[in-house]
Design a protein around this ligand. Sequence first.
Ligand SMILES: [Zn+2]
Length: 271
Amino acid sequence: MGLCARTRIASSFITEAMRRGEMNSQALRREIVKYCQRTWDRGWVANHDGNLSVRLDRNRILTTPTAFSKKEVREEDILTVEIWTGKVVSGRHKAFSELSLHVECYKTRDDVNAVLHAHPPVATAFAVAGIEVETRITPEAVVSLGDRVPLAPVAIPGTLESAQQVRYLCNVYDAMMLGNHGVLTCGTDLEQAYLRCELVEHLARVQRNAMLMGSLRLIPGEWVPELLNKRKKAGLGPEARKSPPVKSPRTLSQLPMDQLLPALVQQLKKD
Ligand SMILES: [Zn+2]
């Protein structure tokens, strides 16, 4: 084969790869706009609250811009941000101050392709009251989200402290509560991150209603190991993905939050 023919084939591969990359980017932008709208429709955000992102490739994510109602975000408003530097590499708007919360999830876990952060009112009320939303409301919730939805201590958004909390917690959990703030979920795609946020808000409603009735009876703690096994078989949770190597999140399940973060750090250091 002549050099010209080879060059032509190589360049057609590059053009095809670029075309696919561009199509992928457009489809992902549409996806972000769709879930921005849903997040707004559900009343999970007010004013400029909330932010959504998806992984574009190993090094870049697409994100919503700062200072936009989620009702108003359009495909052309989406930013491209470098994961490792946090720099905006394309887009005409500015990045939001909570970007580090998203970036930590992508840096920590290869399987995370989408992150959603919102302030759904009932779950956020739990974060304000300092009460964890329980997953042991139903067996299905333990399978879907694990043995708890951890509630991180209050931290100013955008600080190193808030980013570190997310880094440690997302090693084990796909959904977490941020103290006096809101909910952060991640997933293999935006739909999964959205559904996880929906489930957290739903559990918070049920828990609040049961508490108002004066009786919150959780499913027995002895069921949890079996349910976590089902979770693993469904390909969910840290044990199923084997990366990062957290050996037994079960041992963490009974720890209060102020001990959970140091315990996670310890375990990650050991591994
Ligand atoms: Zn927020």
